[in-house]
Design a protein around this ligand. Structure first.
Ligand SMILES: Cc1cc2nc3c(=O)[nH]c(=O)nc-3n(C[C@H](O)[C@H](O)[C@H](O)COP(=O)(O)O)c2cc1C
Length: 158
């Protein structure tokens, strides 16, 4: 059995970007969660992935929607990240967004968006590996990304 604190400490040495996965839930309300596990998976066909915890309250609603949008956050969106990393009931309150072709929210200020159809869900311990088939995608701005490293936020110096 690996000690949880040790596992988190070692894995926290690996930096990630931060994305918010959004959808319009079955109740027609927007839903979303912050993830550091977004990754490009395949070019042909175009697939991406992320890894929600089984305890995620948003994931079942995103799964029911069958489509979602990945929003890559800029380093000006730490507040947006904190909001979507919470368990708040209305994470979208007062937040500006517009619909991607699927209808899923594209958050104002996100660097890029990747609109997906749900392709597959693979069990992975206390998490799920979710694969999305990319439909439309775009770059929304010139800003640099929000980074997460050793439990804290940072930015990319060019
Ligand atoms: C930088 C960062 C990265 C995160 N990455 C993930 C992730 O990849 N998968 C996940 O399930 N939760 C991740 N979280 C935690 C979720 O955002 C958090 O548990 C959130 O409350 C989930 O909301 P939900 O219950 O509405 O789905 C991350 C949080 C932060 C701050």
């Amino acid at each position: 059995m690996i000690d949880e604190a040790h596992f988190r400490h070692v894995l926290g040495q690996y930096p990630t970007g931060v994305s918010v996965v959004t959808a319009i839930g079955p109740d027609r309300e927007p839903v979303g969660l912050a993830v550091g596990t977004f990754t490009s998976v395949s070019l042909e066909p175009a697939l991406v992935g992320f890894i929600p915890a089984r305890t995620s309250r948003s994931w079942p609603r995103i799964e029911a929607a069958g489509r979602f949008c990945i929003n890559i956050l800029s380093d000006r969106q730490e507040d947006v990240c904190r909001r979507f990393a919470s368990k708040a009931d209305d994470k979208f309150a007062g937040l500006a967004w517009s619909p991607a072709p699927s209808g899923a929210p594209v958050l104002d200020g996100a660097i890029a968006w990747i609109d997906c159809e749900l392709e597959a869900v693979h069990p992975a311990g206390d998490h799920l590996i979710v694969i999305g088939r990319v439909g439309r995608l775009g770059v929304a701005g010139e800003a640099t990304p929000l980074l997460f490293f050793r439990g804290g936020y940072g930015r990319f110096e060019v």
